[in-house]
Design a protein around this ligand. Structure first.
Ligand SMILES: C[S@@+](CC[C@H](N)C(=O)[O-])C[C@H]1O[C@@H](n2cnc3c(N)ncnc32)[C@H](O)[C@@H]1O
Length: 250
């Protein structure tokens, strides 16, 4: 069943960061693999800012791996994370040091207006029942915001099997590019730069545990990349691509 209450939602994320042993290692590798592409996206989009961001906050930073990769890529020299899951904050503390990531209520960031040069909301807004207030709060605390979401308002993602998969991982919204533009405008932000990504082969094949499953994933990745290269817009209508934009105050 889909969780919609805030306590239920919190439990969904505590569970997602609570795997043990081999599962914990595997999900950790999966998050790191995905964060690699996300960090590239943030670095590319931050290039459209007048000057490089120094203070960076990631809101809904999970286990902190994206923060770590932004730091390794030399983006920013002060990094802070905010997260609703206690388990994720503990994992992030082991990774980044105590205090870098702080637990918050999912609504209010404990900092003054404009405290950060850049805020990052990466794969968070699709998890939040009402995404606008969290985007507004991030925009209050940050001079610019990178928003990244999967665009799931497409034919493939409307299959019942895909719908069940989305519910299992806590996605409450199926965004298209226009929805993200509308959210940014409603938060008083202008989209300054944007990109989309059909995702690399290593992401498509990560969970393929057998030779047939791998062959299927390789074929699917190749078809998707071909469609995407022919027309990014057609790709967005047909299957899920990741979308990221840099939004600045109007
Ligand atoms: C898919 S993970 C993304 C983690 C990280 N941002 C990344 O891109 O790798 C979604 C994260 O959003 C967090 N989250 C869910 N609802 C939230 C809310 N209202 N405020 C902040 N974070 C939230 C979850 O706890 C989870 O860590």
């Amino acid at each position: 069943m889909q969780a919609t209450g805030s306590a239920e939602l919190r439990d969904v994320y505590e569970e997602q960061y609570s795997a043990d042993g081999d599962d914990a290692a595997r999900y950790g590798r999966w998050r790191a693999l995905c964060a690699d592409g996300k960090a590239d996206h943030v670095v590319r989009l931050a290039g459209a800012l007048g000057e490089p961001p120094r203070r960076i906050a990631e809101v809904g930073c999970g286990d902190g791996v994206l923060l770590e990769l932004m730091e390794r890529r030399g983006l920013g020299d002060e990094h802070r994370g905010y997260e609703i899951s206690e388990k994720a904050v503990t994992i992030a503390g082991d990774r980044l040091g105590a205090g870098v990531v702080e637990r918050f209520d999912g609504e209010h960031l404990p900092v003054p207006d404009g405290a950060y040069d850049l805020g990052v909301l990466s794969h968070v807004l699709e998890h939040v029942p009402d995404p606008l207030p969290l985007l507004q709060e991030t925009a209050r605390a940050c001079r610019a915001v990178v928003v990244e979401v999967p665009l799931e308002d497409n034919r493939s993602a409307s299959r019942p099997e895909a719908e069940r998969g989305r519910q299992a991982i806590g996605h409450l919204h199926r965004f298209n590019r226009g929805h993200v533009h509308e959210l940014c405008a409603a938060a008083g932000l202008r989209v300054e730069a944007e990109l989309s990504d059909p995702l690399p082969l290593k992401v498509h094949t990560f969970f393929a545990d057998s030779a047939p499953a791998r062959a299927k994933a390789v074929a699917k990745a190749a078809v998707r990349r071909g469609v995407y290269l022919a027309s990014a817009k057609a790709a967005e209508r047909a299957f899920t691509v990741h979308y990221a934009c840099l939004a600045v105050h109007q």
